[in-house]
Design a binder for this molecule. Structure first.
Ligand SMILES: NC(=O)c1ccc[n+]([C@@H]2O[C@H](COP(=O)([O-])OP(=O)(O)OC[C@H]3O[C@@H](n4cnc5c(N)ncnc54)[C@H](OP(=O)(O)O)[C@@H]3O)[C@@H](O)[C@H]2O)c1
Length: 351
C-alpha cells in the first residue's frame, strides 16, 4: 500500500515542471505561427463566369492562388507558364479538385517581350473579356546577365514584362462583364529597400556599377509599386463610350513565404548546412504558400474592393506606402521610361 501511495505521489504532474514547460513551448510556438501566418482572406464568395489570367501560375504562391480561384468556381483560368509540362501537371490537379473550372496553359517567358506579345495574342484569340490579371511571377538573386531584350533580369521579369502584359490586356480587362477588371501586381515588402540613384534614370538602366541581385529585386518591386499607381489613375476612366468599364490596379506583398522556389538562385540556400539551419526558423516565422496566397485571392475576389485602386495590401489589408513610393513625379517619370523600354506609345492601346 505504501508503495502505491509513493507511486501516485510521483505520478503527480505538479511534482514536475516539465508538463508546464512543454505546454508553454507549444503555446508560444502555436501563437508565433498563427501570428506570422497572417490573416486569411476575409470573404469566401464564389466567382463564377470569371476569366482570370495568372503568371507564375506553377510557382509556390501562384499555384495556391490558382487552386483557390478554381475552388471558388472561376469559369476559366489561363495559366502563363514557362514550363508547359508543369502547367499540364497543374491543369490535371485543378481538373481533379475543381472539374467545372476550365484551365488553359499557355507558354510565357517573361525574359522576352516577344513571348509576352505572343502570350497576349493567344489570350485574346479566345477571350474577348478578361476579369482579372494576376502578375505573380517573380525572380530574386537571378545570376547577373542580360535578357534577350538587353535588360537586367529582375527588372524585365518582375516589372517590365508584367507592365507590357498589363498594357496589352487592358482592352480585354476593360470589357469585363462582371464589374471592373482587376490587375493584381505581386510586389514584396522588400520594395521599401529599392533605390533609384538618379531620378533621371528611374529604371536604373545606366548605373555606374553593377547592381546586386538583392538590390535589383528590391528596385524591380519598387518599380511595380510606382507604376501601379500611375496605371491605376490612367485605367480608372470608366465607364467609357463603348460601355466598357475602368480597370483597377493594386499591389500586394504575399509576406515571407516558405516552401516555394523563390530562393532557388540564392547562393546561401544552395548549401545543405544553410538549409538545415534555416528550415526550423522558416517553419516558425514564415507563411505557407496557402497563407501567402490569401491577399492575392482577396484582391481578385472581394466585391468590397471593386472600386479600390492604386493601393498596396499586406495580410489582406490596405497598408500605407513608403515615402518614395508616394513620389508622384518619380512615378510619372518611371512610367514614361517603362513605356519606352517595352516599345509602347505614350498611351496604352485603346479599345
Ligand atoms: N516567397 C516569398 O517569400 C516571397 C516574398 C515576397 C514576394 N514574393 C513574390 O511572390 C511571387 C511568387 O513567388 P514564389 O514564392 O511563389 O516563388 P516561385 O515558387 O519561385 O514562383 C515564381 C514563379 O515565377 C515564374 N517565373 C520566374 N521567371 C519566369 C520567367 N522568366 N517567365 C515566366 N515565369 C517565370 C516561375 O516559373 P518557373 O518555375 O518556370 O521558373 C514560378 O512559376 C513572386 O513575384 C515573388 O517575388 C515571394
Amino acid at each position: 500500500m505504501e508503495e502505491i501511495k509513493t507511486a501516485l505521489a510521483e505520478a503527480d504532474p505538479f511534482a514536475s515542471w516539465w508538463p508546464f514547460v512543454l505546454a508553454g513551448i507549444v503555446f508560444v510556438v502555436g501563437t508565433v505561427r498563427t501570428f506570422m501566418g497572417g490573416q486569411p482572406c476575409p470573404n469566401g464568395n464564389t466567382i463564377p463566369d470569371r476569366v482570370i489570367v495568372v503568371t507564375g501560375a506553377c510557382g509556390g504562391i501562384g499555384r495556391e492562388v490558382c487552386r483557390e480561384l478554381a475552388r471558388r468556381k472561376a469559369h476559366q483560368l489561363v495559366l502563363g507558364c514557362r514550363s508547359t509540362e508543369q502547367g499540364a501537371a497543374l491543369k490535371e490537379l485543378l481538373r481533379r479538385e475543381a472539374a467545372e473550372c476550365r484551365v488553359e496553359v499557355l507558354p510565357l517567358d517573361l525574359r522576352s517581350f516577344d513571348s509576352v506579345r505572343r502570350f497576349v495574342r493567344q489570350v485574346q484569340a479566345s477571350h474577348r473579356a478578361v476579369d482579372a490579371l494576376v502578375n505573380c511571377a517573380g525572380v530574386i538573386f537571378h545570376p547577373p546577365e542580360r535578357t534577350p531584350d538587353g535588360f537586367e533580369p529582375h527588372l524585365q521579369c518582375n516589372f517590365l514584362s508584367h507592365f507590357l502584359l498589363t498594357q496589352l490586356l487592358r482592352p480585354n480587362l476593360a470589357r469585363s462583364p462582371n464589374g471592373v477588371g482587376r490587375v493584381v501586381n505581386v510586389s514584396a515588402h522588400g520594395y521599401t529597400a529599392g533605390k533609384i540613384a538618379n531620378r533621371e534614370d528611374p529604371l536604373n538602366l545606366h548605373l555606374a556599377t553593377p547592381i546586386s541581385g538583392r538590390d535589383a529585386f528590391a528596385h524591380s518591386k519598387l518599380a511595380i509599386v510606382l507604376a501601379s499607381r500611375i496605371l491605376a489613375r490612367k485605367f480608372a476612366a470608366g465607364p467609357q463610350e463603348d460601355h466598357s468599364t475602368g480597370v483597377t490596379v493594386n499591389c500586394c506583398s504575399p509576406g515571407l513565404v516558405r516552401g516555394t522556389d523563390h530562393l532557388r538562385h540564392s547562393p546561401i540556400m544552395k548549401a545543405l548546412f544553410a538549409k538545415v539551419l534555416t528550415y526550423p526558423w522558416m517553419w516558425l516565422f514564415m507563411k505557407s504558400p496557402v497563407q501567402g496566397a490569401q491577399t492575392i485571392v482577396r484582391l481578385v475576389t472581394d466585391p468590397e474592393l471593386a472600386a479600390t485602386s492604386g493601393e498596396f495590401f499586406n495580410d489582406c489589408e490596405r497598408v500605407e506606402l513608403s515615402e518614395i513610393a508616394k513620389d508622384d513625379e518619380l512615378a510619372e517619370r518611371l512610367y514614361r521610361e517603362a513605356m519606352k523600354a517595352v516599345g509602347l506609345e505614350e498611351d496604352a492601346p485603346k479599345l
